[in-house]
Design a protein around this ligand. Structure first.
Ligand code: SAH
Ligand code: SF4
Ligand code: F3S
Length: 452
């Protein structure tokens, strides 16, 4: 055991979903709170947190190769960084990582990262620590407020409202890496949203593996679901936009559908993963919805909010998926007309039921299906963007563009919009959408923020 100097700088590298990014931010905030500064771009950090994702193949391999590169760079620089492995790979394969990788001195799961500072003390003293416990929501109470020490938030911020998943889709590791569904308390969420707004956030995306399952009592003791929470957050002064992701088709209630028609701050965007277009495949996936129930649900959302932009997730090549069943996925895509979507090749995950199912689909077949699906999704995304041309909307300015005076923001439909003008990050500008590309639009500012 050798003692190291306490780290002065850190870097958190997040590899996963938005909840993983949120966790990465919170770990960073905790480290900053203890006087450790984020390393500058391109600079070696004294402490590196690999915030991993386990959702698809090669997750653990990626960790080992990153650790290998970090130790090699450390040898060159004459100083090894402290390495912590966090996130869902830590949860699933933490012990193995500790055994195989002596350069890793901390392994911490997604529900235990509030303990990172104590683990760090041990690591600095030359020890090694693993914590993959899943205490019910204990971590949030132990984290510093979002605006602690005058910390600033990005204009578009994340807020985890719900953890875990009870759905057990047969392909998915999340119920094992994140544990059971737990809702964070209503008052904590309103409070965290207020702090984020005080820190500069204009838009908040409510996060969870299954946000539509969120429930608690509101400040008046009434049982509320996601719609009730959104209504309460819409009253937070200075918060201009609310989004949520990801929801499951089985938990969408009437109140949430109505909220889309009634709450102006709730953006006209819905990410509702369907995964496949064949009822047989959906059943084998344990998805609990059918193609028809999914389409009918979307119809109701569109009635409440006719300009709603739709997004989804798809898996091609689930075990046993035939060519004809895959064609049904294409048919579903045609029927919906998604504004954007994510699509993946099925990846067998250790310990999940689908990994040992018969009829695993050959890689070449999955490649070909993915290509065809993505061509259809890209076509629809481009069409959606083209149909937006001529619209006037508010754009939230998120960052500077490549050229002087150029900015990138998001439309209410989550499209990236480039434009030129006199504004600042965090402004909400009124813009006309002028020209559509496959992935973004060019806009023209009509009313800058300071004139409104
Ligand atoms: N809780 C969310 C998101 C889960 S992970 C939901 O249920 O919608 C994000 C996406 O990854 C899933 O929607 C699914 O499309 C994809 N995914 C999950 N497990 C996968 C696997 N084993 N192989 C390929 N894609 C997978
Ligand atoms: Fe995974 Fe299904 Fe839960 Fe989503 S709903 S996290 S895909 S088990
Ligand atoms: Fe990945 Fe864990 Fe998110 S497995 S997708 S980081 S919940």
């Amino acid at each position: 055991m050798s003692t190291e100097a306490p780290p002065k700088t850190y870097r958190v590298e997040s590899f996963g979903c938005q909840m993983n990014v949120y966790d990465g931010e919170r770990m960073g905030e905790m480290l900053s709170e203890r006087g450790i500064a984020p390393a500058a771009d391109g600079e070696d950090a004294d402490l590196v947190v690999l915030n991993t994702c386990h959702i698809r193949e090669k997750a653990a391999e990626k960790v080992y190769s990153r650790v290998g590169r970090l130790t090699k760079a450390g040898r060159k620089a004459g100083k090894q960084p402290l390495i912590a492995v966090a996130g869902c790979v830590a949860q699933a394969e933490g012990e193995e990582i500790m055994a195989r990788s002596p350069a890793v001195s901390m392994v911490v799961g997604p529900q235990a990262y509030h303990r990172l500072p104590e683990m760090l003390e041990l690591a600095v003293a030359g020890g090694r620590a693993t914590d993959t416990d899943m205490p019910a929501i204990a971590k949030f109470a132990a984290l510093p407020p979002r605006n602690a020490g005058g910390r600033k938030s990005a204009p578009a911020a994340f807020l985890t409202i719900q953890e875990g998943c009870d759905k057990f889709c047969t392909y998915c590791v999340v119920p094992y890496t994140r544990g059971a569904e737990i809702s964070r308390p209503f008052s904590d969420l309103v409070n965290e949203a207020q702090k984020l707004v005080e820190a500069g956030a204009k838009e908040i995306t409510l996060l969870g593996q299954n946000v539509s399952a969120w429930s608690d009592e509101d400040d008046k003791g009434r049982a509320v679901g996601l719609a009730g929470l959104i209504r309460a957050l819409a009253k937070v002064d200075g918060l201009a936009r609310i989004r949520y992701t990801t929801s499951h088709p089985a938990d969408m209630d009437d109140a949430l559908i109505a909220a889309h028609g009634e709450i102006e701050k709730l953006m006209p965007f819905l990410h509702l993963p369907v995964q496949a277009g064949s009822d047989r495949v959906l059943k084998a996936m344990n998805r609990s919805h059918t193609v028809d129930s999914y389409l009918r649900l979307l119809e109701r959302f569109r009635e409440a909010r006719p300009d709603l932009a739709l997004s989804g997730d798809f898996i091609v090549g689930f075990p046993g998926e035939t060519d004809a069943e895959f064609d049904e996925t294409l048919k579903l895509v045609d029927a919906v007309g998604y504004a954007q979507a994510f699509s993946f090749k099925y990846s067998p995950r250790p310990g999940t039921p689908a990994a040992t199912m018969e009829g695993q689909v050959a890689m070449e077949v999955m490649d070909e299906r993915l290509q065809r699906l993505q061509a259809a999704l890209n076509r629809d995304q481009h069409a959606f963007n083209q149909a937006s041309v001529g619209q006037t909307c508010q754009v939230l300015v998120e960052r500077k563009g490549k050229h002087e005076g150029q900015w990138l923001g998001k439309s209410p439909w989550l499209q990236s919009v480039w434009f030129e003008g006199d504004c600042a990050i965090g402004d909400l500008v009124q813009a006309e959408l002028m020209e559509a590309g496959p992935n973004s639009l060019a806009g023209r500012v009509l009313i800058p923020a300071h004139a409104t």
